[in-house]
Design a binder for this molecule. Structure first.
Ligand SMILES: Cc1ncc(COP(=O)(O)O)c(C=O)c1O
Length: 473
């Protein structure tokens, strides 16, 4: 029996085998292929055998199949770190949604936190103007982002009263997710621990895994207002920890954190030499009159607790405040050394966002803010409608003070299986929500509804949920 050491010699062997014309010869061929360990090719040939069972097969088709398979199966070994990247909640729900749609259900999708509201026209106009300007068409180096950095620094100072240097303390991002996922590459060595909220936003964990770090999940529960208890972190984990990631108003629980909690977090990180990240996408989605309480928002910035920026970096996005999720634009503000380190990583990965989109973002940050207020009012109304409707069907849920999410404790019969609740719900009613466990182990027993539909549709969703709960008792 010949040995095939590589794909090329295997292919020529296969071509020689064309003289075999019957099924048992194909099995011989499979045997030869198996010797060279091309598992993908073996499985494709096996499928082919099944299709051709008992019949003379077409050698031309077979040789095309073999060469295609060989191309795909050439000794491809992907990085081990990919094994840690579990499919996230959004991907998990996709299959169940597809089944619901294919069985004729009308989908009400409350599973994704992607705003359905349009971007304000003055922002779109700024982007349109840029499109016609050839100066915006080339690569954008850091210098070219200055106007955006200044706009972001001014926006921040007006809102939170902390002085920001736009040259050293601001970095444009291709969305906040991109920044929080890349930062671990700049600050973690393989094996270092990152302290993450559980439940929490999936890409925070993804970034740590990409940097070959380890995760210590800081379990957050209703009992503690969904805030972590720092003293619960074991000493041996603490000594290996380099990074802590917080994010309030919190996705998925909608919890908010007071300034005193951030002060405690800053002191803790300073004491243990830990870098403190605050992911802050819901800075504006707050259902509370912030107008009268300048710099005293119920959702403080981490830099108010660390105005010298000793350990902290904060991530912002225009996805939520300005309904610009599809444009992929955000920024980091904070400790200059951390900004510089993240910039170093990004310099190897991207050339910044398109200048036209930065111009749109400048228009958003410096222009009229009525659109932000309008969006807040819309989400407040949706929140009230949804909570009232849930209460009416006997599902008591606390009223969140921020974000676009309702974090609801599941009825007892579903409390151990939020994935089953969500997949059954969407398959039988067409209402899609996100299973709590998809955001981390401590999210089990909950479901997250994103308020990304009009109030009338939210009411229809709750009616369907009620029918589902009755039928599943
Ligand atoms: C906590 C958190 N971080 C980041 C993001 C993504 O933000 P961006 O669109 O800026 O990447 C989201 C979106 O839902 C989020 O909830």
């Amino acid at each position: 029996m010949p040995e095939f050491s590589n794909a090329k010699s295997l292919l020529s062997g296969c071509v020689r085998c064309q003289q075999f014309a019957y099924l048992h010869d194909l099995y011989c061929l499979m045997w030869l292929v198996r010797l060279s360990n091309h598992t993908l090719l073996v499985s494709q040939l096996r499928k082919y055998c099944l299709i051709q069972q008992g019949r003379v097969f077409n050698l031309d088709i077979l040789s095309i199949l073999i060469s295609n398979s060989l191309l795909k199966s050439t000794k491809m070994e992907l990085a081990k770190r990919l094994h840690s990247l579990k499919s996230n909640v959004f991907a998990d729900m996709d299959a169940a949604k597809a089944i619901a749609v294919s069985s004729g259900k009308e989908l009400i999708d409350l599973s994704l936190g992607s705003s359905d509201l349009p971007t304000e026209s003055h922002i779109i106009e700024a982007i349109k103007l840029s499109l016609d300007d050839p100066h915006t068409h080339g690569y954008l180096l850091f210098r070219g982002t200055e106007n955006f950095r200044v706009a972001a620094a001014n926006w921040y100072e007006t809102k939170f009263g902390v002085k920001i240097d736009p040259h050293t303390e601001v970095l444009p991002l291709i969305g906040s997710q991109e920044g929080t996922a890349h930062l671990p590459l700049a600050v973690l060595n393989p094996g270092d621990f990152a302290l993450l909220l559980d439940p929490g936003y999936p890409s925070h964990a993804g970034g740590v895994y990409l940097a070959s770090g380890q995760i210590y999940p800081m379990s957050i529960t209703e009992k503690n207002g969904f805030l972590p208890v720092f003293n619960d972190i074991p000493g041996d984990v603490l000594t290996q920890s380099k990074l802590m990631v917080l994010s309030y108003p919190h996705n998925p629980t909608s919890a908010i954190a007071p300034l005193s909690f951030f002060q405690e977090a800053v002191a803790f990180c300073q004491q243990h030499n830990i870098i403190l990240v605050h992911d802050f996408p819901y800075v504006d989605l707050v259902f509370h009159d912030q107008e009268n309480s300048k710099h005293k928002s119920i959702v403080p910035s981490i830099l108010q607790a660390d105005p010298e920026k000793t350990v902290s970096i904060e991530f912002f996005t225009l996805s939520k405040s300005y309904n610009m999720g599809g444009f992929r634009i955000g920024y980091a503000i904070g400790n200059a050394e951390l900004i510089q380190a993240l910039r170093k990583v990004k310099a190897m990965v991207d050339f910044n966002q398109y200048l036209g989109i930065l111009n749109g973002a400048i228009a958003a940050l410096t222009g009229p803010q009525e659109g932000v207020k309008k969006a807040v009012n819309i989400f407040r109304q949706r929140r009230n409608t949804f909570i009232n409707a849930l209460n009416k069907i006997g599902w008591e849920v606390p009223t969140p003070q921020a974000t676009m999410y309702i974090w609801a404790k599941l009825p007892p019969q579903w409390r151990n299986n939020s994935i089953k609740f969500c997949t059954e719900l969407v398959k039988t009613t067409g209402v899609a929500a996100s299973p709590g466990v998809g955001f981390g182990k401590s999210g089990e027993g909950y479901v997250r509804f994103a308020l990304v539909q009009e109030p009338e549709i939210l009411e229809v969703a709750v009616t369907r949920i009620a029918q589902f709960l009755i039928s599943s008792k």
